[in-house]
Write a new protein. Sequence first.
Length: 109
Amino acid sequence: MAKTSGTKKSRKNNGFTQIQNFIFSNENLNTYDKMVLIVLKKYQFKEEYCYPGIPLISKEAGCSPHTVIRSLKRMSTLGYIYWYKTGRHNTYKIDWEELKRTTIDSNAR
């Protein structure tokens, strides 16, 4: 088996993204919403904000750019993410506390 080089590209693909379990049981989120959240979390690292573009989110979430935008608008309306333009780039902030609170509320019904 050939060794892979230590390039940035190969290291970038070797990581993992940790997702809180309550995301999977949130009844307010559809499958696309969950995939978009996972991609946003991937780029959030330890920071509060992340900046991936719609085409990148679309590619990694496995859906169309239109579906990504519809999902972002829906989650923004629900108060789960804050999404705004910064110059030519999008900036996203996930409100993990609101996601957790509404998951607990919806599961208590």
